[in-house]
Write a protein that binds this ligand. Sequence first.
Ligand code: HEC
Length: 129
Amino acid sequence: MPEPRMIKHLYIAVIIMATASSCYYDNQQDLYPGQAQCDTANVGFAKNIKPLIDAQCVGCHNTAAPTAGVALSTHAEILVYAKSGQLYGVLARIAPYTQQQFMPPGGAKWNDCNLSKLKSWIDKGAPNN
Ligand code: HEC
């Protein structure tokens, strides 16, 4: 018969193991079924691109008050920056863009899936789809 102190240690060890292993199945596929894959094949401007720009960019970059001369209110306005490479550059935070040009200023970088969708949309000519 093991002494009580050993049993206590055994309990603690079992609890630690159970807690640690509970993280094992927390992969993206199990937590978000169907979202683990990033669908870059069917990117729509209205569905995937404009809502993000409306939410994060037009406060500063709108037709009436275009900060730094950049307006992103309409497809036609956005198209200019999509084609110039500036839109992808400031969002993906790649050279030659530097810290003060990373958008949105002080906000989080777009996640990899949204950046992939943006790139796919731009590569297809940034259609108004
Ligand atoms: C808080 C205001 C603000 C918000 C929000 C904002 N911007 Fe900007 N943006 C600026 C300022 C200021 C500059 C000028 C930066 C510089 O060159 O110093 C700028 C510059 C730019 C440029 C030109 C970069 C260059 O120099 O070539 C682009 C493109 C741009 N923003 C896109 C975006 C996009 C896309 C978003 C949304 C994800 C966004 N911005 C959100 C303030 C903002």
